[in-house]
Structure formats: C-alpha cells, structure tokens
Design a protein around this ligand. Structure first.
Ligand code: ATP
Ligand code: MG
Length: 291
C-alpha cells in the first residue's frame, strides 16, 4: 500500500526533511484517490463489524501532529467509516492536577479499549516526550530527587524505553498500537492558521499559544524524528504521513486502518453444534407462531 513508503518500524531512520508533506512525489490522481478512499471506508465498516464480533484483539490508533495538521478532521473522516459502538476517541489535553499526581501512563490505561473495540487517541502519551521534553515541563513535576536530578537525556531515554515496553506489553496482551504522525509543512500550517483567523467559523480553533508553539516548529521536527526512531517497532509502527492535502492524508489513513483491521482477528464466532441446534429450535418456534 502507498502508506508503506511512510512507515517506520525500527529498521530505518526517520528523516522528516526527506519525506514529502504532499502527494506530488507519489504522482497520483485526485479523483482516483477519492474513489479509493470511499472504497476503503466501506471495507473498514465490514472489517470492523467482524472484528467487533470476534472480540479477541483491541486496536489503538495514536494520532500526533503539530497544530492545524488536521488531527480533528482526519478523525472525523475515519469515524465516518466506523460503527460508533466499537470506537472511542480520547483527546489528551494538558494533564489536570489529578493526572499529574500519577505516572504518565495512568490516564492512558483508563482510555484503553476493550478487545473488539478501537481506540483513537487524539494526542497521547507521546506528548510526555514531546511537549514535556521541549519545554522541560518535567522540572515542575512532583517527583523524587533521584528521578528529577538525573541527566535530562537519561530521563527521556527512560521514557522512550517505558513507551516501547508499554506498547510491547499491549501487543502481548492482544492489542495492536499503530502510530500516525501528520507531517504538515510550516508553510501549510501558516495558511491554515490564517484561515482560522479569517474565517469566523474557525476562530474558535485558534489560540495565540498555537503561534507560540509554531516558533518551535523546527525543534519539534527534530524531536519527532528522535521520538519516532526511538519508539518505532515492527509490531508498533509509526507512519509519518504527508498532511498538506487533507484528501491525500485521509486516503493514507484509510489504508492504514483497513490494513490494521485486516491484520487483527476478524472472524465471526462459529457456534458449537449445540448452539446451532438451539438456533434451529428458535427458528422452528418463530415459524410456528404464524400457523
Ligand atoms: P486543536 O487542533 O483543536 O487545537 P489540540 O489537540 O491542539 O486540538 P488543545 O486543547 O488546543 O487541543 O491542546 C491540547 C494541548 O495539551 C496541546 O498543546 C498539548 O501539547 C497539550 N498536552 C497534551 N498532553 C500533554 C502532557 N502530557 N503534558 C503537557 N501538555 C500536554
Ligand atoms: Mg491546539
């Protein structure tokens, strides 16, 4: 699939400046892509139905990105191909005081899906190695001196390890984690910010703090590369998808979701002979009602 060219599973290094933020390099036709996206949404719905009935595996999609890269609209679009009964979206905001009193994975555990269900994380525990690392937020945390007095690089190297182990733990407990980074260019972010400022219906989406974070755009790119390299694994891959054209991002995400569902168990449970006999008895009783 096309999304494979943006996949990182630990075997190669992620260089964001070498990766496209738009569809040009892939030389594709927009009309065809739109039709294929619609097809994927249908496939997704059928697969999810069986995945839900099967109930032996859980799926977690992690979405990370700079502001205005399109997390919300991507989620909205993917959701249109899924049955809301089997999906839960969790947005990870700045931790509240209760959350800050716990380890950083505490709130994540509470958001894990039951097997047979899908969780979509709008931001995630990756913020704890991104925004936290960039702004040294850990310095303000209530933690023992032995934790905070160590070297900063050591502190975050430990977190990378904890995340790798956590994702491996989930895999070994019948979950799959798929991580998606929406790779938007600095120029496109500017356009989208301006649109949010100029369009009254979008004003609510913009805050001056988004502009403050934009000043760190290049630092974030480097940090994302580091984080992707440190946490990409065969069983918990990252995808760094071009995000300057929403229709293309949506297509790639739809491919990834279909692929993930195809790789999880999605067989309708087969009934035992006894249960099948029971069904037949019920059928006979229903038919007898009319006579
Ligand atoms: P939108 O695109 O609508 O602005 P958003 O995901 O940016 O969506 P906001 O409420 O604007 O939502 O921002 C959430 C903020 O919370 C982000 O700036 C993010 O970096 C921050 N955040 C999330 N998790 C953590 C964390 N563990 N520590 C510190 N900040 C965090
Ligand atoms: Mg925001």
């Amino acid at each position: 699939m096309k999304a494979d060219s943006y996949r990182f599973d630990g075997s190669g290094k992620c260089r964001l400046d070498k990766l496209a933020t738009n569809s040009k390099a892939d030389g594709i036709d927009k009309e065809k892509i739109l039709a294929m996206t619609a097809e994927n949404l249908q496939k997704m719905a059928a697969l999810q139905d069986a995945f839900y009935a099967d109930g032996r595996e859980g799926l977690i999609f992690v979405l990370q990105a700079m502001d205005a890269a399109g997390k919300d609209s991507t989620i909205k679009h993917v959701m249109s191909g899924l049955n809301p009964q089997g999906v839960q979206v969790t947005s990870f905001k700045q931790p509240n005081s209760e959350e800050l009193k716990h380890d950083f994975l505490w709130r994540v555990n509470k958001a894990l899906p039951a097997r047979g269900s899908i969780a979509i994380f709008n931001r995630s525990y990756y913020e704890d190695v991104l925004v936290v690392q960039l702004h040294d937020l850990q310095k303000g945390y209530q933690m023992a001196p032995r934790v905070l007095e160590q070297d900063k690089d050591e502190f975050f190297a430990q977190r990378y390890r904890q995340i790798r182990h956590y994702e491996q733990y989930l895999y070994e407990n019948s979950y799959r984690v798929v991580k998606i980074f929406l790779h938007v260019s600095k120029n496109e972010q500017k356009k989208r910010f301006l649109e949010r400022i100029d369009n009254p219906a979008k004003n609510w989406k913009f805050s001056a703090s988004d502009l403050a974070e934009r000043a760190y755009f290049d630092d974030y790119q480097r940090l994302y590369e580091q984080v992707i390299d440190a946490t990409a694994a065969k069983e918990a891959p990252w995808y760094a998808l071009p995000a300057d054209q929403k229709w293309y991002t949506r297509y790639l995400v739809s491919e990834i979701v279909v692929d993930a569902l195809e790789h999880t168990s999605h067989n309708y449970p087969v009934l035992s002979t006894e249960a099948q006999q029971n069904l037949q008895d019920c059928r006979t009783r229903l038919e007898a009602e009319n006579s």
